[in-house]
Design a protein around this ligand. Structure first.
Ligand code: GAL
Length: 417
């Protein structure tokens, strides 16, 4: 009797393994999540896929902001060897879809009711000609200021809410022997700083005219000059080792209290979390100066490429479904520093920074001050973003260039379409 039961059990177990194996596929996933917090979030994605019996083939290309990853992706696709899924965002999704290389994942989206659980502003970006071609993972807020509580205490400074206060705090930190602003001199980080400065100086309407509509009069106007001058003043509070520094090393300076502040999106929070630091206690998350009522959004998403192998196509669909599941959205975003993109999720496990982000996302959506991050590829096509980004960094790096000259360069870069 006992032997019989054991025999039956082993047959059942073998059948289960065979069932999984019959459908098991491989998914190669291109991403640029290599910092401490990012890697933990990517590991959650890998674990979710593996739990479905599939194989994860990691295709990580280091480099914050993803510029390197996009270069590598282009060469892979051109050589006819696209990965199954790639981290592609914003208007670039439409460009890739127009090339005819992306897969239609509408069957997954319909079965999982994506239209009902995604904000329309996000769902529209994930679709090409009405069909889903990508799955969104999160909503990052870019207009944040991260402050070391220890550094601010030592300097007797107050976390700033506008740009005048920012420079008062920066002076106090400097006097206390602390590097006021942790910065990494890479083009995308320069532009991340500039984007928040411009939003704080000019407000959401100015931002939309300048960086979404690329309105020439606005780009050449007085508010833009002021934004550039303020941006350049921020540089005077960075250290001489900033050029080339990776963003997560800049965050580490704030974590250690060597630096007072960093202007960076909330993937920085993933670094604080990975280092065991608590918001409120060890550090403060505040909207970038002058931007408390606005929200620059940056939605990470995975585009699915056309595949031939049936098992791999199934694995790809399972990945897309898993990405949008409530379990994954929770564990991934707790590590990544972002908030779930799926609506109506329970945020009980999330910290105050995430709750603030979630409230501000909804409130800014209602008041018209929810704006797409230009530097993080949400606002305009990649070629335009790249051209403006280069002009912004030229200005940041060249202390002889005037704000007016920089402004003319940016305005002419915005004409590349
Ligand atoms: C952003 C991306 C984030 C984060 C950051 C730094 O573009 O959306 O997820 O990884 O780059 O690498």
């Amino acid at each position: 009797m006992k032997a019989m039961k054991l025999f039956q059990r082993s047959i059942l177990a073998t059948a289960a393994v065979m069932a999984v194996a019959a459908h098991a596929g491989e998914v190669e996933v291109l991403h640029w999540w290599t910092s401490g917090g990012e890697a933990k979030a990517a590991a959650a994605l890998k674990a979710t896929l593996q739990a479905k019996g599939h194989t994860w083939k990691d295709f990580a290309v280091a480099g914050g902001g993803g510029d390197n990853a996009m270069t590598v992706l282009k060469s892979r696709v051109v050589s006819g060897n696209a990965p199954a899924a790639a981290q592609i965002k914003g208007p670039a999704l439409q460009e890739w879809a127009a090339e005819g290389v992306l897969a239609n994942i509408d069957d997954v989206a319909k079965a999982e009711k994506w239209d009902a659980v995604l904000p329309p502003v996000v769902a529209n970006v994930m679709k090409y000609k009405g069909n889903y071609i990508a799955a969104p993972v999160n909503v990052h807020r870019v207009n944040w200021l991260w402050a070391s509580n220890a550094a601010f205490k030592k300097a007797g400074a107050k976390v700033p809410t506008n740009w005048d206060e920012f420079f008062v705090a920066a002076e106090a930190l400097k006097k206390a022997g602390i590097i006021p602003v942790a910065h990494g001199g890479q083009n995308w980080q320069d532009f991340t700083t500039f984007e928040s400065v411009a939003l704080g100086v000019g407000g959401a309407e100015f931002y939309k005219k300048a960086f979404v509509q690329l309105d020439q009069a606005t780009l050449n106007g007085a508010t833009m000059t002021k934004a550039l001058e303020t941006f350049k003043k921020v540089k005077t509070y960075t250290d001489k080792n900033a050029p080339g520094r990776d963003w997560n090393l800049a965050t580490a300076m704030v974590i250690k209290g060597e630096a007072g502040m960093q202007l960076m999106g909330d993937w920085a929070k993933g670094e604080f979390a990975a280092a065991g630091k608590m918001p409120g206690k060890d550090y403060t998350c505040a909207a970038a100066p002058g931007t408390a009522k606005s929200f620059t959004f940056n939605v990470d998403s995975f585009a699915m490429f056309k595949l031939k192998d049936a098992a791999n196509i199934q694995a790809q669909k399972d990945l897309a479904a898993a990405i949008m599941s409530t379990d994954f959205q929770e564990v991934f975003n707790l590590n990544k520093g972002s908030i779930p993109v799926r609506l109506n999720m329970n945020l009980a496990k999330f910290d105050d920074c995430a709750k603030l982000s979630s409230n501000d996302f909804v409130a800014s959506g209602k008041s018209g001050s929810l704006v797409p991050s230009i530097v993080h590829q949400m606002a305009v096509p990649p070629a335009v973003t790249g051209a403006i980004q280069d002009a912004v960094s030229q200005f940041w790096n060249d202390d002889k260039m005037s704000a007016k000259d920089a402004q003319a360069k940016i305005a002419s870069a915005a004409k590349i379409r």
